[in-house]
Design a protein. Structure first.
Length: 182
């Protein structure tokens, strides 16, 4: 299945790499890694992961592409100015989603995932179902959801919404508690 993996700066990429380490890579191929245009480290870490993969014949296999997307909002950016940057990010996400057409979207909290998930959800609403959205809330979120998680949960955008702490599942009953993934 064509898989879009959204990476984020800080711990989001480390958590996503950890999730990816247990997936059967041959089921989720090709893989498209997306990170914010201002995030230089995340795609490097994904390349290291992909370079380490070896297929059953012992050959290296890299069936991944690495892309960047505009951020909706930079850290510290005012909410007023973020309206414009969010619209730009949504337009860019639309172009990427039409180009990639992923069957699966994996994300875990970076704000970069919101425009991509919104576009995928809108495609579902109009009858173009390309993507199933799997959202894993960050392990750092013990008592409440991140802003990205809250948006995807409240708007019912994610097909599967996973939390890593039981108190979050009690507070957000549509979420699935799977225990700690880290």
């Amino acid at each position: 299945m064509s898989t879009l993996i959204v990476l984020g700066s800080g711990g989001h990429t480390a958590e996503m790499i950890n999730v990816l380490s247990v997936l059967q890579k041959d089921w989720f191929t090709p893989r498209f890694y997306i990170a914010a245009a201002t995030d230089n480290m995340s795609l490097q870490k994904a390349r290291v992961l992909e370079d380490s993969l070896i297929d059953t014949t012992g050959d290296k296999v890299v069936s991944a592409k690495f892309m960047q997307i505009y951020r909706s909002r930079e850290v510290g950016q005012s909410y007023i100015t973020s309206i414009g940057t969010t619209l730009i990010a949504v337009a860019h996400a639309l172009c990427l989603m039409i180009k990639i057409r992923p069957q699966v979207i994996l994300c875990n909290g970076p704000g970069t995932c919101v425009p991509l998930c919104i576009i995928a959800f809108l495609f579902k609403v109009v009858g173009i179902r390309w993507s199933s959205i799997f959202y894993v809330e960050s392990i750092a979120r013990v008592k409440r959801l991140s802003l990205s998680g809250l948006l995807l949960y409240k708007l019912r955008i994610a097909d599967q919404f996973v939390v890593q702490w039981p108190q979050l599942q009690r507070k957000y009953p549509r979420a699935q508690h799977v225990g700690r993934l880290m």
